[in-house]
Design a protein around this ligand. Structure first.
Ligand code: MN
Length: 258
């Protein structure tokens, strides 16, 4: 099994170091990750500048770009093989509910999925890396289970996995969940810089709005590992008929309107 590892917190983050340590026990692993923290970069690709790849002393390679850049150039130019699996993380903090839209951790995994390779995004619920080695052991076990059940090599899939910051023996089994929802983000923080210019800081994500049973929020709050299979189709299938009717009613006048 050949695994490509990336993340969004940067190649020196404890989460990717722990993930690499755990997965090298069960697979041929390679790390290609961003040079700097690229959290909340989603699927961004760098188009207006070249990318540089450097080798770190520990064998990791780091890229002057985004998480999706890393996976993109790995799969389309850097690697001379096709990984069986791409894993991203372990992220410093939860990627639940709406977080998945912004997450660079999910973005790196999604880039692999878009190229037809199974991919998993791993995150710890709390920031600060408490029990990150336990989270890495959870990741290793899950990857092993997936390999044993021959779920690699067929159609690609994309998993989002959130792990509570607990000692290994206190982490409860995997629950398959839907994404919950968060409230909108908090108010931006406004400060003056030393030259008297206004600075605006994006503030924290909102709290859980839908954390009902069956969601990732609910499962992790009870100490479970939350596993959500993700898809990419953003079509609002439910509203397709209503919009088709509305457009019919408008007829050709829609494009004539002043
Ligand atoms: Mn991050």
């Amino acid at each position: 099994m050949k695994i490509l590892i990336s993340n969004d917190d940067g190649y020196q983050a404890p989460g990717i170091v722990a993930l690499h340590e755990a997965l090298r026990e069960v697979a041929d692993v390679e790390v290609i990750a961003p040079e700097h923290n690229n959290s909340a970069k989603s699927n961004a690709l760098t188009l207006a500048a070249p990318l540089y790849v450097h080798a770190a002393h520990n064998g990791f390679r780091y890229v002057t770009g985004t998480p999706a850049d890393c996976v993109h150039i790995a799969l389309k130019g850097l690697l001379d093989y096709r990984p069986d699996l791409v894993v991203s993380g372990i992220n410093n903090g939860a990627n639940m509910g709406d977080d998945t839209i912004y997450s660079g951790t999910v973005g790196a995994a999604m880039e692999a999925y878009l190229f037809g390779i199974p991919a998993i995004a791993f995150s710890q619920i709390e920031k600060g890396w408490a029990h990150v080695d336990a989270a890495a052991q959870v990741a290793r076990r899950l990857v092993r289970q997936i390999e044993r059940q021959n779920m690699l090599g067929g159609e690609a899939w994309l998993l989002n996995v959130n792990i509570p910051n607990l000692p290994l023996e206190q982490i409860k089994p995997v629950r398959v969940c839907r994404l919950g929802r968060r409230h909108a983000g908090e108010r931006v923080i406004v400060q003056d810089n030393p030259r008297g210019e206004k600075m605006y800081w994006i503030a924290g994500a909102g709290g859980a709005k839908d954390s009902s049973e069956g969601t990732d929020f609910h499962a992790t709050a009870a100490g479970h590992v939350a596993l959500t299979p993700l898809q990419i189709d953003l079509t609002d299938h439910q509203r397709l008929p209503a919009w088709a009717e509305a457009v019919d009613r408008l007829g050709s006048t829609a494009l004539d309107a002043p």
